[in-house]
Design a protein around this ligand. Structure first.
Ligand code: ASP
Length: 338
């Protein structure tokens, strides 16, 4: 029964989880969930999204699917909720800006025919995922970037608006005092929403949207709009998506590799774990290691799903008919003390 009761119950827990993460700094125990992932089999349709803001996003996407909308439309509507929410400081409106005080957005979307659309370094448009869908549907290209993406968005009828909220501007000014770029992932500087949908027929779609790493250099693009890095799917196999330090995910073609491992027979959990191990091995002596966090979610064609992160603290929202909308904690390799 995928009903509203599940959502309300879990949304309350989800909110608690966010504030706990925010206030406890490197506290490693999540209070969000009682469940720990482990190659779980869901029923189709199934929606899985990164982090707590996945709960309201899943709810909206679920309603869209139930109303007969496509996976693409469900994703655009679903992740559109955190994109428009100024309290979500890592996606869309209200997202942390770059070091020049500009909110710049990355997003991509992919369907079961392997068609994809993406925008990167897009400014002043609240719903980059919707622009990515237009790139998929209305252009011969996969990605538009910067001023070209903005021009296209305006041509498609999107309106320009200021995305820097007072709260984000204040935090940026505080940051400027020290101007130290040291992403603290899981706390202030993460939280892309990536969403994977498998519909009743077993067809898969996926999307991600983010304001990227807080205080990044102007012009920096992360993994989230890059097909194969922040998101990948093959409708014959399954789908994967990432959150965390985009540079590390790009270096390892993270999501594409998770899907390839599932093609070779690994379960979603096993595939995510193997790529996280690979990322660890490539980065254990790297300058990024001190603050490195990456997490993946994955689903395969049969509806098995899972996730795995390098460090503790990652969780994701799952919605299916049988168990409703809930948060699950990801397995992880190490705590933040390591
Ligand atoms: N992957 C995003 C980026 O690097 C941020 C995140 O998901 O934490 O831009």
């Amino acid at each position: 029964m995928g009903d509203r009761r599940h959502f309300i119950k879990n949304a309350a827990l989800g909110t608690l989880g966010v504030s706990t993460l925010l206030s406890c700094k490197r506290e490693t125990k999540s209070v969000v969930s009682t469940a720990v992932s482990g190659d779980k089999k869901g029923t189709k349709p199934l929606i899985i999204s990164t982090w707590n803001h996945g709960l309201p996003a899943n709810e909206e996407a679920w309603n869209q699917l139930k109303a007969g909308k496509s996976g693409l439309d469900a994703i655009v509507a679903g992740v559109g909720i955190p994109e428009a929410d100024p309290k979500v400081r890592s996606v869309g409106y209200g997202g942390y800006p770059d070091r020049e005080g500009k909110v710049t957005l990355d997003a991509c979307i992919m369907d079961s025919n392997s068609d994809c659309g993406a925008v990167s370094f897009l400014q002043n448009i609240k719903h980059p995922i919707a622009v990515a869908q237009k790139v998929l549907e209305n252009t011969p290209h996969v990605m538009l970037t910067g001023s070209g993406a903005l021009q296209f968005a305006k041509e498609q009828g999107f309106k320009e608006e200021n995305l820097l909220t007072e709260a984000s501007e204040k935090d940026w000014k505080n940051w400027l005092e020290k101007s130290k770029y040291q992403p603290v992932i899981n706390i202030e500087n993460h939280d892309t929403i990536s969403m994977l949908v498998i519909d009743e027929n077993g067809d898969i779609t996926g999307g991600c949207t983010t304001s990227g790493a807080a205080w990044k250099m102007h012009g920096r693009v992360g993994d989230s709009p890059i097909i194969g890095a922040g998101l990948f799917l093959d409708n014959e196999v399954g789908a994967a998506a990432a959150t965390g330090l985009g540079e590390a995910v790009i270096r390892t073609a993270g999501s594409a590799m998770v899907v390839e491992l599932m093609r070779q027979g690994k379960s979603p959990d096993e595939a995510c774990k193997e790529i996280v191990e690979r990322i660890y091995n490539k980065h254990k002596n790297h300058k990024d290691m001190e603050y490195l966090q990456v997490g993946f979610i994955a689903v395969n064609k049969t509806g098995e799903y899972g996730g795995y992160s390098l460090r503790s603290g990652f969780n994701y929202a799952v919605y299916d008919e049988e168990n409703g909308n809930r948060m699950e904690d990801s397995k992880f390799k190490m705590t933040w003390d390591n």
